[in-house]
Design a protein around this ligand. Structure first.
Ligand code: FAD
Ligand code: NAD
Length: 482
């Protein structure tokens, strides 16, 4: 093993492996250290996202969605299959197969790029120096590099009154591995993980109760859409209780009892399984030697500027371990930006145009600000909305629930935010991200042709509605003459 590189990356999640691959594309001799292993102890690349996050959760979301459709919708389309049955073992095997394909793909890409992949733990000693402890027993090695990129990711936050027991009280990783469908499932936290994994098991037959401490549902989302989403999710069977502050839990022989309080008083509920999904925190413990002056804030985030430069020259940090939303695509873009800049190429991340998606049914997606945030900032704005119920493609596919809302500057017409609750929101939001990236106006989207019939016409009509020119809806006011 060589001990001197141009770049050492610590962490091979989306942020780290993107940085490493781009570094080698730029001709930089790169090593990437990662300590993750699978259930059998075999080293795996791809971090949380590929192994225990984005990908396995989406596999289960998609399978459970197909199952729910087969149970409820197929008959009304004239498709008769008999009563569908879910085989959890096969479902998990499919999920593992998808994960294996992608993590194996990352290893192949790393090898093709001649990246030195080191299985073990990295620790920043000082500028230009990393200590590497191999997974297999052995002494730590001192490695040197001109540049170091820290991409250690994040880990589950646990509650002291609800310690995980890996069997009945689990985090998101445990909830991706249930071997049977729990009859009664409790979820603490109605955030992204709570809603996604709660949906998976509810569709497969669990009676799901989600306890959320906040009084507002998804506060980051436009209020009108959040309210529609809450109604739809409750109708679909998720028992979402807001303002429910969880106090404690106790394990009985066959149940987890959870105590919570809300405005009506104290309550206790019993569940077969409980998922704790109350957020994630940076995985920065022991990442840095105790004598290293790297600045880490009191919540564990590595302090960086807009270019991901840390407090130590030549050391950068990207992904979940730095400020900003904990999203795979945000980390990927940061990794690419740092690598490009190391090679002297100009590159920036546009932090104003990071899409967020919640993969429920219907999906939720947004980019930019909500109407409430724009108004709170004192910016004059106008809005345009359009419903999927008036879209031919959505009706033909029996997915005509939800709407698109566009928020634009009242004077310049520039788009400030787009919020979608509806089918394929995760795909439709790409149209909006590009609009924000190119500083488009609502009129720009309105004048851009969409294929007919397609769901993208809902974004198009919402943009036309922002200037009272929607065709398939009654406009709020007469349109202004151009
Ligand atoms: P990670 O993916 O966490 O990778 C960090 C890697 O670094 C890990 O392999 C870790 O073992 C390794 N490491 C840490 N410290 C060291 C060290 N000292 N030495 C060596 N190795 C080290 N985001 C989305 O955008 N879309 C989604 O749909 C989505 N779904 C999710 C679903 C779930 C259930 C979860 C938990 C998360 C989800 N996320 C999603 C979030 C997403 O997984 C993270 O934002 C993303 O993985 C962060 O990437 P990262 O590279 O910063 O860190
Ligand atoms: P989150 O921050 O989205 O939601 C946590 C929720 O738990 C919050 O609503 C919070 O108010 C609530 N909560 C906290 N303490 C509580 C308590 N004691 N009782 C009841 N409720 C409590 O966090 P998450 O859902 O754990 O997700 C973690 C991260 O993973 C997020 O940052 C998210 O970006 C990322 N993620 C993204 C996706 C996606 O992009 N689709 C999917 C999964 C996870």
């Amino acid at each position: 093993m060589k001990d001197t590189f141009d770049v050492i990356v610590i962490g091979a999640g989306p942020a780290g492996y993107h940085a490493a691959i781009r570094c080698t594309q730029q001709g930089l001799h790169t090593a990437c250290i990662d300590r993750s292993t699978d259930n059998t102890g075999k080293p795996v690349l791809g971090g949380t996202c590929l192994n225990w996050g984005c990908i396995p959760s989406k596999a289960l979301l998609d399978i459970s969605h197909k199952y729910a459709e087969a149970l409820v919708d197929y008959k009304s389309f004239g498709i008769e299959l008999g009563k569908p049955k879910i085989n959890i073992k096969q479902m998990m095997a499919f999920k593992e197969q998808v994960v294996g394909k992608l993590t194996g793909g990352v290893r192949t890409l790393m090898q093709a790029g001649k990246i030195e992949v080191l299985s073990g733990t990295g620790c920043l000693i000082e500028a230009g120096v990393v200590s590497f402890q191999p997974l297999k027993k052995g002494k730590p090695t001192r490695l040197q590099a001109k540049h170091i990129i820290l991409a250690p990711g994040s880990q589950t936050i646990t509650l002291s009154d609800l310690p995980l027991d890996e069997s009945r009280i689990v985090d998101s990783t445990g909830a991706l591995e249930f071997s049977t469908v729990p009859k009664k499932l409790g979820v603490i936290g109605a955030g992204v993980i709570g809603l996604e994994l709660g949906s998976v098991w509810a569709r497969l037959g669990s009676k799901v109760t989600i306890l959320e401490a906040l009084d507002d549902f998804l506060p980051q989302l436009d209020r009108r859409l959040a309210s529609s989403a809450l109604t739809a999710f409750k109708k679909s069977g998720l028992d979402i209780r807001l303002g429910a502050r969880v106090k404690s839990s106790r394990l009985l022989s066959n149940q987890v009892k959870v105590k919570y309080s809300d405005e009506k008083g104290e309550h206790e509920l019993g569940f077969d399984k409980l998922i704790v999904a109350v957020g994630r925190r940076p995985a920065t413990e022991n990442l840095v030697d105790k004598n290293c002056p790297l600045k880490i804030d009191d919540r564990g985030f590595i302090e960086v500027d807009d270019l991901c430069q840390t407090s130590i020259e030549g050391v950068y940090a990207v992904g979940d371990a730095v400020r900003g939303p904990m999203l795979a695509h945000k980390g990927m873009e940061e990794g690419l930006m740092v690598a490009d800049r190391l090679a002297g190429k100009p590159s920036l991340v546009n932090y104003q145009a990071i899409p967020g998606v919640i993969y429920t049914a219907p999906e939720i997606a947004w980019v930019g600000d909500s109407e409430e945030a724009v108004k709170a900032a004192g910016i004059p704005c106008k809005t345009g909305s359009f419903s999927f119920a008036a879209n031919g493609r959505a009706l033909a596919g029996n997915v005509a629930e939800g709407m698109v809302k566009i928020i634009a500057h009242a004077d310049t017409d520039r788009i400030l935010g787009v919020h979608v609750f509806g089918p394929q929101a995760s795909e439709l939001i790409a149209q909006a991200v590009q609009a924000l990236e190119f500083s488009a106006s609502a009129e720009d989207i309105a004048l851009t042709m969409c294929a007919h019939p397609s769901l993208s016409e809902v974004v198009h009509e919402a943009a036309m509605a922002a200037n009272n020119e929607a065709i398939h809806a009654v406009n709020k006011q007469p349109a202004k003459q151009r």
